[in-house]
Ligand binder design. Structure first.
Ligand code: FES
Length: 84
């Protein structure tokens, strides 16, 4: 199981992390990953303080440079690394 954590802290929320959650739910359906990918909310994971984009972790790895626009594709690629 691959775990994707999306920060729902206030700094990420105002930059659209709730929309990222919607996009990821859609992606999990598109890819038929319901049994393989778990989506979780997270409190602030310090991505905001470190200015590295939205707070997203895949299997505990903090991703950098995530925006609302690129989130779905960057996370898809990261998840695929752990599904092979
Ligand atoms: S509020 Fe999301 S990382 Fe800080």
């Amino acid at each position: 199981m691959v775990t994707v954590e999306v920060c729902i802290g206030s700094a990420c929320y105002v930059r659209g992390s709730n929309h990222v959650v919607d996009d990821l739910k859609a992606m999990i359906k598109e890819e038929n990953w319901e049994e393989r990918v778990a989506l979780k909310g997270s409190f602030c994971m310090k991505a905001c303080q470190n200015h590295i984009g939205l707070g997203i972790k895949v299997n505990g790895r903090q991703l950098e440079g995530i925006t609302l626009q690129n989130a779905k594709e960057m996370i898809r690629e990261e998840v695929k690394k752990d599904l092979v």
